[in-house]
Design a binder for this molecule. Structure first.
Ligand SMILES: Cc1cc2nc3c(=O)[nH]c(=O)nc-3n(C[C@H](O)[C@H](O)[C@H](O)COP(=O)(O)OP(=O)(O)OC[C@H]3O[C@@H](n4cnc5c(N)ncnc54)[C@H](O)[C@@H]3O)c2cc1C
Length: 500
């Protein structure tokens, strides 16, 4: 196999050329393909996807109960109304995506079972050369493109993060990770321990609790949850009035975004009040005698980690009904029959589920090189969380931590279409972002401020991510409202953009 640094020299003739290549057919890649098809002015583009189908996150996860924890009015695209209940199952999200693909004839642009493993930029040719492996035949295939649009998500598919707990090999039952859920896992009448208490645990547990002998959610420390009906009143009312779905979609999106922005602001300005509101929701399901302090009162202030939404309080209900329980403790060791806790207790288990998150995956595990030099992505500085100093003709969609991921798909897609238009009009074949003289001496900081947002996968992978500066243009602010205002006004002739 050739070294990625010399890939461009290795096989240029056999490569198929596209104006734009999108990597990944998840929510980001399908959204990007829609925008390019509509606004790309006839550009030739292709979406290369390692899996057998579109969907990304929603096909690679298979655990019971898999659902969104965002509402689909904002998790759905701006251009395609969502007409169902706001919290949706993976199946419903996939159906929605299937409609987007079908209605816009996007299949012609997608090649499945193509896993890209190397990409190199040549400034001499102003081209990216990509090497992909056909996952069905093992064949190596080559592509060149003028513009690489990375929609590969942010975590490694197929292999979750499982800490190395002491004594794991002693355990006689089954250990599974939610990201690699065996299709034939029989949990009926079994004692199950789920390690972790994030959104994944919160969706899995209510889905299986009715069939298991018992499910214990084992957490080292508590998490905040929000509950509410899985319905949006104003959407239902507008529907009763016969208002057309595209209007309802837009109105509900704006309402939700405004409420979310208020909530996020309040989490900073009056964290104690927000905390008490969240706890009282839990209390209303779990009753006055439940030990909320131990099990549902986090040590951090609300919003430092994403707050999972529990529709109709389903997690709290199975706890209240005794089908599930919460154990807040630390693992001393796995034993033959379960988990011994640091407090001295023992949790009996037939199956132990690790709902412990994922491996942050920067740029899709692709070996990148720029002009013969391996790309050290962590040494670059990000322009608004989507472009990177020293990396020409490449945009990455990295969604929001606190708002729906897809809100950013539409915003970044609009930017990419504008940028490509601008390059076409001016005849530029290369664009790179670069710090301007006034940025000299700007402190270069980690991708996110760990004091602001610090879930495990981000903290573990922070060293892999590009740096941010202390100005809004040199960071992913994760502020959707600010992006909404700033992105359409980005001046493509600003010296930040260096063309050739
Ligand atoms: C269980 C779960 C629930 C979630 N729920 C929500 C939610 O409710 N709201 C929210 O906002 N976010 C949620 N997220 C975050 C979620 O990942 C994003 O919302 C969104 O799905 C990301 O879409 P994406 O297309 O950018 O990436 P992904 O969904 O990760 O898709 C990336 C695609 O790129 C492909 N790919 C990667 N590398 C390569 C390569 N080298 N070659 C070819 N193809 C490649 C992958 O196979 C995959 O299909 C959730 C995440 C998980 C894991």
């Amino acid at each position: 196999m050739s070294d990625p640094a010399t890939l461009a020299e290795a096989v240029p003739q056999a490569a198929e050329h596209f104006d734009v290549i999108i990597v990944g057919a998840g929510m980001s890649g399908i959204g990007g393909a829609y925008h390019l098809a509509k606004r790309g002015g006839g550009m030739r583009f292709v979406v290369l996807e390692a899996q057998d189908s579109f969907g990304g996150t929603w096909i690679t996860h298979r655990y019971p109960g898999l659902r969104s924890d965002s509402d689909l009015y904002t998790y759905g695209y701006s251009f395609k109304p969502w007409t169902g209940a706001p919290i949706a199952t993976a199946g419903e999200i996939l159906n929605y995506m299937a409609e987007v693909v079908e209605e816009n004839d996007l299949s012609q642009h997608i090649r499945y079972r193509h896993k890209i493993n190397a990409a190199t930029w040549s400034s001499e040719r102003n081209l990216w050369t990509l090497r992909a492996i056909r996952t069905d035949t093992g064949e190596e295939v080559w592509f060149t493109t003028g513009f690489l649009w990375m929609c590969q998500g942010y975590y490694r598919h197929g292999e979750g993060y499982t800490p190395d707990w002491p004594g794991m090999d002693r355990f006689q039952g089954q250990v599974v990770h939610t990201e690699a859920w065996p299709a034939d896992l029989d949990y009926r009448d079994r004692k199950v321990v789920v390690i972790g208490s994030g959104a994944t645990a919160a969706t899995l547990i209510p889905a299986i609790a009715g069939e298991c002998a018992h499910v214990a959610m084992l957490q080292r420390s508590p998490t905040y949850f929000r509950t509410g009906r899985n319905a949006i009143e104003i959407a239902d009312e507008l529907r009763e009035l016969g208002i057309q779905e595209s209007w309802i979609h837009e109105i509900v999106r704006r309402k939700i975004q405004s409420e979310q922005a208020k909530f996020a602001r309040r989490a900073f300005s009056e964290p104690e009040a927000v905390k008490q509101e969240l706890l009282s929701q839990a209390r209303s399901y779990l009753g006055p005698d439940y030990d909320l302090e131990t099990h549902f009162t986090p040590r951090y202030r609300p919003w430092r980690q994403r707050i999972a939404f529990i529709p109709d309080g389903d997690l709290f209900r199975v706890i209240r009904d005794g089908k599930a329980s919460v154990v807040t403790d630390e693992i001393e060791t796995f034993t033959e029959t379960g988990i011994r806790l640091k407090s001295g207790g023992h949790l009996e288990a037939d199956i132990i589920v690790a709902a412990t998150g994922f491996h942050l995956n920067v740029l899709g595990d692709i070996a990148f090189a720029v002009d013969g030099e391996p790309l050290r992505f962590s040494e670059s500085v990000t322009y608004r969380g989507m472009m990177f100093t020293g990396v020409p003709n490449l945009v990455w969609i990295f969604g929001y931590f606190r708002a729906s991921w897809t809100l950013r798909v539409d915003i970044v897609s609009d930017f990419v279409c504008r940028l490509l238009d601008h390059m076409r009009e001016t005849g530029a074949r290369k664009v790179t972002v670069a710090l301007r003289p006034e940025d000299e001496g700007m402190p270069l900081l980690p991708w996110v401020d760990p004091d602001n947002f610090n879930p495990g996968y981000v903290t573990r992978g922070l060293h892999l991510l590009p740096k941010r500066g202390n100005k809004p243009e040199w960071q992913h602010t994760h502020d959707h409202w600010a992006d909404l205002k700033a992105f359409p006004g980005i001046d493509l002739r600003d010296p930040t953009f260096v063309y050739a």
